[in-house]
Structure formats: structure tokens, C-alpha cells
Write a protein that binds this ligand. Sequence first.
Ligand code: PLP
Length: 386
Amino acid sequence: MEKNVIYLDNNATTRMADEVMDAMLPYFTSFYGNPSSIHSFGGQVHKKIEDARESLAALLNCYSDELAFTSCGTESDNAVIAGSLKMNSFRKKIITTQVEHPAIMGPCKKLQSMGYFVEYCPVDHMGRLRLDILSDIIDDTTALVSTMWANNETGTIFPVHEIAEIAHRHGALFHTDAVQAVGKIPIDLKESNIDFLSLSGHKFHAPKGIGALYIKRHTKFNPFMLGGHQEKGLRAGTENVPGIIAIGKAAELAAEHIKNSLNNMAELRDELEQKLIKVCPDARVNGDKERRVPNTTNISFEYIEGESILMMLNAHGIAASSGSACTTGSLEPSHVLRAMNVPYTAAHGSIRFSLSRYTSKEEINKVIDVTPSIVKRLREISPYGK
Ligand code: PLP
């Protein structure tokens, strides 16, 4: 395992916190009972699951009975999209956005192929949702509006409460994919009108393979996973106990760190962004700089390939990303940047740096140090001749 990597790909996944590892380990070896068992060996585990649910509920300020544990953000997203049309058979339409993660795009495309109607609301050049267009396309046949809370590529935050209000005015439910928002911005679901929310543990220092779905009290929900009675029938399947303990601990830590670490991250992110923009010619920030999660910047270095920049950063022990992790390997410019009408030459040269509370000033300084010479070198050999 590389110890000295400067890891700036935290929107793809995060390192597990040591405290999270310590909390979950005994649930592999000592407390391995099935929480559904009648005996107390299993029963004690059930109690710990409920404690973890309370911790996650505290981070989101919701009731713990509004949360069902799932295997990941993708599962939570799929469960809502698949279930929403079954809940109201008269409504045949879903509205989502052009910049969603494949975890939403995939199930939406599937529904389209089954004859349902899906509208993809556009964004403007800063990645802001066109609420005027949303208001035009929504109607009384809309079952669900699903928009992300924060974009995984640019960090741009959507006004989810306003969107939920528009959805409700037309009798539609509102879901938000908050995978990139939880742990990065304060969330208060008791004060919100959001019906469903998806989250994923590995984006905030829990391990991969654990997620959750928030379902507001009294909201109708048609479960996707059927089988046993786990999670009060909302999500069948024997619980991933170590993962649940882990996400509970990660939520506690996130709540503890939310103020200080967010300010620190934003400061480091801004410094990185400002210095690179200043020193590298033809560099620009993609996204809404005012309404953004504090850990993300997406910078286009025009006339060069993002993949080449990534490889050269990698040679310096720096891990970043071009576009979302799920589309890495594809030479198509990111669908998010295309939806924002970022010019082709800039979209191709876009790099996402995503920080975590573990990112240090020294690490950021090193990136500020090496990136301009990488950009200069690549420009010299660029076929665009810049
Ligand atoms: N939604 C968004 C916005 C994401 O960024 C991701 C992962 O990158 C997902 C959903 C999928 O989450 P998971 O990896 O837990 O399935």
C-alpha cells in the first residue's frame, strides 16, 4: 500500500477513519451473531445496530426510524427510482437532471425502455439547475422528482428544498441523491420537505458496501429488496453489521468535525484553486463557486488531456480524477461538463481535486508546486499547438 500518496480523490472514495476501523472490527470476530436471532448473542448486535442508526440520524437531524441501511448509494438510488412509479400507478413520469450520477441515470433509462416517461432537466453554464425549466416540465403526471444535492464532479449544490417545494406543488414526491453532500455540509431533515435521501458510507470515512436510505415518516415506499423482515421490511437481507457499526461511527465523527474540518477544507481547496488558476494560463474553474461543497474543485486546463495530467500527477504520487470515477477510462468528455456547455477543449482537460479532513497544507503546497510545470510540459507537446 502506498503510504505517501497525496490523495485528492475523496469524491471517488475516502480512507476509512481509524476510529471507524476500531469500532467495526469486533463485529467480524466477537459479535458475529445474526441480529434477527432470538438468543442474546444475536440480540446484543441488534441493539448496536439501533445505536448506529441513532448516530446517523443525529448527523442528518432526522428520526432513526426514517433510515434503512442499504449496501451503497447506488442501491438507495435504485430503490427510490424503481419504487416511485409503483406507488402511484396514475403517474407515469419522473423528472431528474442532465448531470446525475449513473446510479440515477441507469434506473431512469431502464424505466424509459419500459415505456415510462423521463425528463432530464438541464443546468446552466455554472451547473445550476434551470428551475424555470423544471417548473415548465413538471405536471400532474409526475410521480417523482429526483435531483442530486451536490454534484460529484463539480461540487455544485442544488437548492433541494426549493426543488422539493416545486415537486410537492404538483403532488410529486422528491428524492435527493445526497451521496456527495452528507458529511460535507450540514443537513437538517426535520426542517426539510425532502421525501427520500440516499447516502453512502465510503464517501465519509466508513468502508465501501454500506449506505442508507432516508424515507420521511408517513411517506409511501415500495421496497425494492424483498425477503426477510430486516429493516422493518424496508430492505430485506441479513444486515451488514460491521458496515452498519462503521457508518454509525463515521457519522459521529462527521458530526464532530463538521464545523472545523469544513472550514479548513474550504480554505485549502480555495488556495489550491486560486494558485493554479493564477499560475497556469488558460485554466478555469467549472461549477458554481458560490454554492459548492467545501472539498471539491474542478479545474479545466485548456488544450491538454485530463488523462495525461492525471498520469503525470500520479508520477508525483498525487491521486486526483478527471470526471467521475465511474467514467474513468472513457475518452468521452464528462456528461456533466457537456451539460454545462463547457467547450470541448476545456472539458477534455478537466481535473477534479477532492479533499478530505485528512488533507494537509503540505500536501496542497506540493500539488501547487508540481501542477504548473506538468501543464506547461503538456502544452508544449499538445496537438492544439498552444
Ligand atoms: N451518487 C453520487 C452522486 C455519487 O457520487 C456516487 C458515487 O460516486 C454514487 C451515487 C454511488 O454511490 P456508491 O458508490 O455508494 O454506490
